[in-house]
Design a protein around this ligand. Structure first.
Ligand code: SF4
Length: 429
């Protein structure tokens, strides 16, 4: 029987911050709930809804979906001025769209269980607000449907192309990677490591695991083996533009939903995807002007990728990124990737690159010369809400090239070097 396992390290209680109700994404409501919406005189109850489109039906392939309208900017049309949901207030909790009730929980399906963690763009998750998710297991189970795929507890875990390991060894490896991510592994650098060093240790361990016969790997893990860290492997390039084209292209591919015109979704037809290529190639240069949809403005890429040395990531920011990485590793098939572990870790390096890219842009907009946790929270919000949970470009086009580059350890080290050159910020230790 398939089980549901709840992230033991995440805490959650909604802070009603409204962040998730004020995003450019579409909020879909189940068609059977629409009749209840129609039965309410919304304008009588909320005069500012006059003239607004409350919902619209849209064809998506062979099905019809119902999407809620927007009020001002990206705000859901049902978001009240007091930050509460008007559907909830008027019709009760059960009338709300399922996706609203389920947020921020999401399941990553693995061979043995559905691993339920949370979206790290959520402010409550970022701030560890509320009780542990594991104490809310019943409520979470009611919201997050179990996969109907049968569990295969003995299925092997894919570490890299043609490298499979038994689930029991994968579990130990995952636990170890999680501790490296959060800086809790004192046999390594512990909390003194900045994020780049933590990622470097994780990458070195995964590379070692992929090159070691399973019997030996089990012994190494049991003995707490820590691969030595050769800092020259991840020294910063002189500038991000000097990174190999594969790393730069992967970075651009990670940001691709941000390059789309407004009102686009990440699921594009062939010709729309083709029209993206010049935009991606422009970003690949790592300099010049970049029009960011999520930031709502143009930014100078080289200014961000060569942030001043004062732009130091603070301890809280490092701790938050560490918890975020641990959650991704914990899910086994890390959220949003569905890749072998080696390649998934490389995608996480790119996602952290993207988080810090947005964080630096946000810090600069606020006139800050340091990278505080608030900027990291904003960066995580952009990445978790709009990149990591959207179809990746390697699901759609250039699959062979992008997946090949993600699976290449040399390219992963280069991506880490690109991250470091962008900001001394990540080398906190
Ligand atoms: S329906 Fe309610 S909970 Fe969902 S996005 Fe709109 S205001 Fe937020």
């Amino acid at each position: 029987m398939r089980l549901q396992v709840i992230d033991p390290n995440a805490n959650f209680a909604c802070k009603s911050c409204t962040r998730c109700c004020d995003q450019p994404w579409l909020t879909l409501i189940e068609p059977e709930k629409v009749a209840a919406l129609d039965a309410v005189d919304w304008v009588a109850a909320f005069p500012d809804m006059a003239g607004r489109t409350l919902y619209r039906r849209k064809r998506r392939g062979s099905t019809t979906v119902v999407e809620l309208g927007k009020g001002d900017g990206n705000r859901c049309v049902f978001l009240d001025t007091d930050g509460l949901c008007r559907i909830h207030k008027t019709l009760g909790y059960d009338a709300k769209p399922r996706m609203c009730k389920q947020f921020p929980f999401f399941a990553a399906r693995a061979w043995d269980a559905d691993y339920v963690s949370a979206n790290y763009g959520c402010r409550a998750i970022q701030e560890q607000a509320g009780p542990p998710m594991s104490t809310q297991a019943e409520a979470v189970r009611r919201l997050v449907p179990l996969s109907d795929v049968p569990a295969r507890p003995d299925a092997q875990f894919t570490l890299a192309a043609n490298v499979l390991i038994p689930p029991v060894v994968a579990a130990v490896l995952r636990e170890r990677l999680g501790r490296l991510a959060t800086g809790d592994d004192e046999t390594a650098g512990g909390a003194r490591d900045g994020i780049a060093a933590r990622l470097a240790r994780m990458l070195a361990l995964v590379q070692h695991a992929a090159a070691t016969p399973v019997a030996e790997l089990s012994k190494h893990l049991a003995a707490g083996f820590t691969p030595s860290l050769d800092e020259s492997l991840y020294l910063a390039f002189a500038s991000a533009a000097e990174a190999p084209i594969a790393s730069r292209f992967l970075f651009a591919a990670t940001l691709f939903p941000d390059t789309l015109p407004p009102d686009s979704t990440a699921n594009l037809g062939f010709f729309r995807r083709l029209s993206l290529v010049p935009r991606l190639m422009a970003l690949t240069k790592m300099r010049g002007v970049y029009a960011s949809r999520f930031l709502g403005r143009n930014v100078q890429v080289d200014e961000i990728m060569c942030a001043p040395a004062t732009m130091v990531l603070d301890d809280e920011g490092v701790a938050l990124l560490g918890r975020y990485l641990r959650a991704r590793v914990w899910q086994q098939f890390p959220g949003g990737t569905q890749l072998p572990l080696c390649a998934a870790l490389h995608q996480h390096i790119m996602d952290v690159n993207a988080v810090v890219f947005y964080a630096i842009a946000e810090a600069r907009r606020a006139g800050h010369d340091r990278l505080g946790v608030e900027a990291v929270q904003r960066g995580l919000m952009h990445v978790e809400f709009h990149l990591a949970t959207q179809p990746r470009l390697y699901h759609q086009v250039l699959r062979g090239y992008l997946r090949g580059a993600l699976a290449d350890p040399a390219c992963a080290w280069a991506s880490l070097r690109m991250m470091r050159c962008a900001r001394a910020a990540l080398a906190v230790s």
